[in-house]
Each structure stands twice: as C-alpha cells, then as structure tokens.
Design a protein around this ligand. Structure first.
Ligand code: FEO
Length: 174
C-alpha cells in the first residue's frame, strides 16, 4: 500500500476513534443531566464512530498496510449546556470532513483509485452527519431556555428515526 495513503488512513483511524470517545463523554454527561433520550442518541453515535474506525482498520490491513490503533486523549467531562454539546459535535464533524477531503486529495495525488473509491462512503456519511448535527442544533436554538420544550426534544430524540445507526454499512470480512 502506498505509504502516504497508509499514513493518511491511519490519521483518519485516530480521528474516528477520538470522535467515538468524544461522543461517549457527551452521552455520559447527558445521562447525568437526566437527558436520557439525548444520551441514547449520543451512545449510538459513539458506536457509529467506532464502526467508522473499524472499517478503516480492516481496509488498511486487507490492502497490505498496517493499521495503527491509537492512544487517545481524555475527552471533556463537563459540558456547559445541551446547545454547547451539539455545537461542539458539529464543529468536530466539520474537522472530520476536512480530514476526509484531505484523504481524497492524497488518494488522487497518489493515483490510488481503490482507496479513493472506498473513501467515498465516508464522504457521503459526512454529508449526512453534518446535516443531522445542524438540524438538532437548530431545534435546540428554537427551544431556548424552555424546560418543557427541552423535555419534548429529549423524548423525541429518544424515539426519533434520526438515530444514527452503526449498521449503515458493512465491514469488509464481517
Ligand atoms: Fe465518522 Fe462523524 O465522523
């Protein structure tokens, strides 16, 4: 496997793993605030990010590279507000999108069209995740400081069809 592409894929593995940890910390915080619907949504989202990481690990190894399982920084333990959580989540996803775009660039420069094809799944996924984060953030801004609105939002998030599903793709060899 082309070394530059392999390094870029391993960088992406680290980013997906960090995303999983970050959203896990958000989920845990939401649970301690009594926001069980939000917690459920974020726990699922954390699982989805782990799936993104695993899909990359399998791809790198099956293509003759060596996947590097990264050590991770401790994520934040406290968040100011629910709006703050989803603002941070959106900003994080925007950085992940930049990183995916960079990966696409590297694939094209190195003429690695197989990896380029593989990474298109992530390009589409980022579109969906950014849109979802923006939708949720807009709803939270509409609610403002209204506790009844927050209660309904949390309940809706628990039952909503907008839950992120880790089964939205298949792992190579699984
Ligand atoms: Fe896998 Fe949300 O980036």
């Amino acid at each position: 496997m082309n070394k530059r592409v392999e390094n870029a894929l391993n960088d992406q593995i680290e980013k997906e793993a960090s995303s999983s940890q970050f959203y896990l910390a958000m989920a845990s915080w939401a649970e301690t605030q009594g926001l069980n619907g939000t917690a459920k949504f974020l726990y699922t989202h954390s699982d989805e990010e782990r799936f993104h990481m695993l899909k990359l690990v399998k791809f790198v190894n099956e293509r003759g590279g060596t996947a590097v399982v990264p050590g991770l920084d401790c994520p934040a333990k406290e968040f100011k507000t629910l709006e703050n959580v989803f603002q941070l989540l959106l900003e994080h996803e925007l950085r992940v999108t930049d990183s995916i775009n960079n990966l696409v660039d590297v694939c094209l420069q190195e003429k690695d069209y197989t990896t380029h094809n593989f990474i298109q799944w992530y390009v589409s996924e980022q579109l969906e995740e950014e849109a979802l984060a923006r939708t949720i953030l807009d709803k939270i801004k509409l609610i403002g400081g209204d506790n009844a609105g927050l209660y309904l939002f949390d309940r809706d998030l628990e039952n909503s069809s907008i839950q992120a599903e880790p089964s939205s793709g298949t792992l190579p060899g699984m």
